[in-house]
Design a protein around this ligand. Structure first.
Ligand SMILES: Nc1ncnc2c1ncn2[C@@H]1O[C@H](COP(=O)(O)OP(=O)(O)OP(=O)(O)O)[C@@H](O)[C@H]1O
Ligand SMILES: [Mg+2]
Length: 279
């Protein structure tokens, strides 16, 4: 008996592209497993198929072929109550904490939403106690409960997003570049939080990033993706000390560390895109 929480086997996802005769294979025969309590990093350049893999794992989109199993159960055939239960077991932390939190809702309501959907019989007072405890876990304060997202910095918003994901007691947390839109100075704080959560709560993580530097401290194993395929997968030490694939070596050489100025510029552009203003 294996202790794999997640097993992805022969995953393929194609997209039809307008004006093109052939479909694009965004994910092309991807297989990997994640053991309970393990963090797997999924790394690769833009367009390599990381998010598409994540969306198939969360069943936000259907695979063209292949299987995704959580606790040995093929998730593609789940319906009704079983599907709702799966939605709680596998949670997503979004890349952009500016667009992924409803600006009209208070922190309390944002975090309570999932609890009320997945555990409708829980009493109000209990929900509030749970939320206060969750805020403490992610490094926020009880008096933050009644504020709205606009009152928080990017890093604090991402903490709210993490608390929302944790609120339904997920077994698997899928993080799709959760620090990419944050200032470089804040990125390390959020990465430390993930590390802390993994140690304290025994969380299992699928953690997506562009570069190897980001996943170095958090992930036990790393898979390197290029053009929809996994080029190399191994333990953190194997990958950093003795990379095999030419692409892994190039990726390592290309991104020694994030450039704070470039990161700030991208963040400003993203915020401008959201508000409709020019940067
Ligand atoms: N809904 C879609 N329709 C058509 N093509 C898509 C769709 N979603 C993704 N693709 C294509 O699939 C490929 C992989 O995209 P994906 O978003 O998975 O990459 P990624 O590794 O997450 O990139 P990034 O680092 O930029 O987020 C790209 O070529 C992309 O254009
Ligand atoms: Mg992506």
């Amino acid at each position: 008996m294996t202790d794999n929480l997640l097993e992805v086997e022969g995953l393929v996802r194609e997209f039809a592209v307008r004006g093109r005769h052939q479909n694009v294979k965004a994910v092309d025969d991807v297989s990997f497993t994640i053991a309970r309590g393990e963090a797997l990093g999924l790394v690769g350049e833009s367009g390599s198929g990381k998010s598409t893999t994540a969306r198939c794992v969360l069943r936000l989109i259907e695979p063209t072929s292949g299987t995704v199993r959580l606790n040995g159960v093929d998730i593609t055939s789940l319906r009704g109550r079983e599907l709702r239960e799966f939605r709680a077991k596998a949670q997503l932390v979004f890349q952009d904490p500016y667009s992924s939190l409803n600006p009209r809702m208070r922190v309390e309501e944002i975090i309570a939403e999932g609890i009320r959907i997945h555990r409708p019989r829980v009493k109000d007072a209990e929900v509030r106690d749970e939320i206060v405890a969750l805020l403490e876990v992610v490094g926020l304060r009880p008096d933050h409960l009644t504020r709205k997202p606009a009152a928080f910095s990017g890093g604090e918003r991402q903490r709210i997003g993490i608390a929302r994901a944790l609120a339904v007691n997920p077994e698997l947390l899928v993080c799709d570049e959760p620090v990419a839109s944050l200032d470089v100075s804040i990125q390390a704080q959020i990465l430390n939080l993930f590390q802390d959560l993994k140690a304290r709560l025994g969380l299992t993580l699928l953690y997506i990033a562009h570069d190897l530097a980001t996943v170095r401290h958090l992930c036990d194993r790393v898979a390197v993706m290029e053009q929809g395929q996994i080029r190399e997968i191994g333990t953190r030490d194997q990958l950093y000390n003795d990379p095999q694939a030419a692409y892994t070596k190039a990726l390592m050489a290309a991104v020694p560390r994030p450039d704070p100025i470039e990161e700030r510029r991208k963040l400003a552009a993203r915020r401008a895109a959201l508000t409709g203003a020019t940067p």
